[in-house]
Ligand binder design. Structure first.
Ligand code: NAP
Length: 455
């Protein structure tokens, strides 16, 4: 089946990309191996310069790269520009810090000895990526591994071949060496054959739990290391002392940006009893200002979902949540049953642990709201989840926020901010949200050989 680029807003097919054949795939792996061997003896500085050139390529053609995101994946043009900017900051971070991060470290061994710790590449990394942030998800894996000297082979989500090809074109335009980055249009059998290949040493997957389980199982059978960045059911807690205006504005943005298709979207609002009514009223007002429409139109504030399949699945999940006992506090399910992929915001209440959707990720503009009576109840509700990705807390008492954040079982928690990834800060989850970390120095060591030379 060819990879087809479809505009999620109007359903029109833009282009078809033929599948990569097995012999082409083998040639890509050969080129990647040549890059790997050369990179092991090349000064890191040279790759830092090349990575800066890749950042410049995105910077100099920002509008072109942003439009490709909007047309292929459906995100708002403003959100697409922000994604290109973030992509650039990720590249800059590793270009500016690469040499320092890979500098050998010395460590004293008592009573009388020393160890030198060196960092080097291990081989090809296969990046399997989702469609929701088609550039930044790739850059998070590519930039640190390029600095390390690990080539990256990308298997992108089949609905964003236009964005995948654009990333390849950006690497080629920036003059990156052949084999450093190879986008391939492959099927699942070919993914498995890459995992089995001895030239490949790591697999970085971002996606659903189902994909995580399958890829990790295959990788495990070949003793290949994986990192898994999976889904979440993040909380957005609003404490009794929060700035309600700020919390409401951020609550809406944190649930509705990227049409709600973000792993760390605010999926469960936990709101203090004292301010619950006030918050809910303000939130409904905010939600009502969002306008679905053409994502290329600067006036549109809520993007369509990424595909028909995504819309059908979200509608089904909402119906199951309601038949499982939840009720709709805001929005109209029927008006969402229209032809296109637009989806107007909904707020659900009354979700209980026995609801079949209680612990499922609703990947779209559907919020859940809970009334809470204490900080302890926030911790209990937050942690009564098989996910452990992120979360946010709004309070005017930062120390109280930090104490609460420490008790929430996730990989990251933001206080008085919308949670979003930052170049120098580790990003990842625990429990069913996956394992391993991207970004910061943690991201560059995931597929490194951390070697001790003891003398
Ligand atoms: P998905 O269906 O799991 O797809 C992700 C990637 O895995 C795609 O490239 C997909 O290829 C591939 N894939 C799926 N099953 C596979 C298999 N059996 N063998 C080989 N490749 C396979 O997920 P999605 O719907 O694109 O993405 C949404 C999910 O990603 C959400 O759960 C979201 O929370 C999560 N996510 C997590 C993070 C994070 O950092 N934690 C960030 C963004 C998104 P095809 O497209 O060809 O099926």
């Amino acid at each position: 089946m060819p990879y087809t680029e479809v505009n999620p807003y109007n359903g029109k097919t833009i282009r078809e990309f033929p599948n990569t054949t097995n012999s082409q795939l083998n040639e890509f792996l050969n080129q990647a191996t040549i890059f790997y061997q050369k990179a092991q003896v090349q000064p890191v500085k040279e790759r830092e310069i090349l990575l800066e050139r890749l950042a410049d390529e995105f910077e100099n053609h920002m509008e072109k790269y942003a439009q490709i995101l909007t047309v292929n994946m459906g995100k708002l043009i403003g959100e697409a520009r922000s994604e290109v900017k973030k992509n650039i900051t990720f590249a800059h971070y590793y270009a500016e810090n690469g040499s320092q991060l890979l500098k050998p470290q010395s460590s004293e061994i008592l009573p009388n000895g020393n160890a030198q710790i060196e960092f080097s590449g291990t081989g090809i990394v296969l990046a399997i990526e989702p469609w929701n942030f088609p550039y930044t998800q790739v850059m998070r894996v590519f930039a640190p591994n390029f600095i390390l000297g690990n080539p990256v082979v990308l298997k992108h989500a089949s609905i964003v071949p236009g964005a995948a090809q654009a990333f390849q074109n950006a690497c080629d335009n920036a003059g990156l060496p052949k084999g450093a980055f190879s986008n391939v249009f492959i099927n699942y059998d070919q993914v498995n054959s890459i995992i089995a290949d001895s030239r490949v040493q790591g697999i970085a997957l971002t996606g659903s739990e189902n994909a995580g389980k399958r890829i990790a199982a295959t990788a495990g059978s070949y003793l290949k290391k994986t990192t898994l960045e999976l889904g979440g059911t993040d909380i957005f807690a609003v404490l009794d002392d929060a700035d309600i205006d700020r919390a409401t504005t951020d609550a809406a943005t944190a649930r509705l940006s990227n049409a709600g298709q973000v792993c760390t979207s605010a999926k469960r609002y936990l709101v203090s009893d004292d301010i619950y009514d006030q918050f809910l009223l303000a939130l409904k007002k905010k939600f009502s200002t969002y306008q679905v429409g053409d994502p290329l139109d600067e006036k549109t504030t809520l993007a369509p979902l990424s595909s028909k399949k995504a819309k059908v699945s979200l509608l089904e999940q909402v119906r199951m949540a309601i038949s499982g006992g939840a009720s709709l506090l805001y929005g109209d399910l029927e008006s969402n049953e229209t032809q296109g992929n637009e989806f107007s915001p909904l707020i659900l209440t009354g979700m209980t642990p026995n609801n079949p959707m209680y612990d499922e990720e609703l990947f779209g503009p559907v919020a859940q709201i809970y009334r809470v009576k204490s900080d302890n109840e926030i911790v209990t509700k937050a942690n009564r989840s098989r996910h452990g990705l992120g979360g946010a807390i709004y309070t005017s008492d930062i120390e109280r926020g930090k104490r609460l954040a420490s008790r929430i079982a996730t990989g990251q928690v933001a206080i008085n901010h919308i949670l979003s990834s930052q170049a120098g800060v580790p990003f990842g989850g625990i429990k069913d949200s996956g394992y391993g970390r991207e970004l910061g120095h943690w991201g560059i060591y995931e597929f490194a050989n951390i070697k001790a030379i003891i003398y």
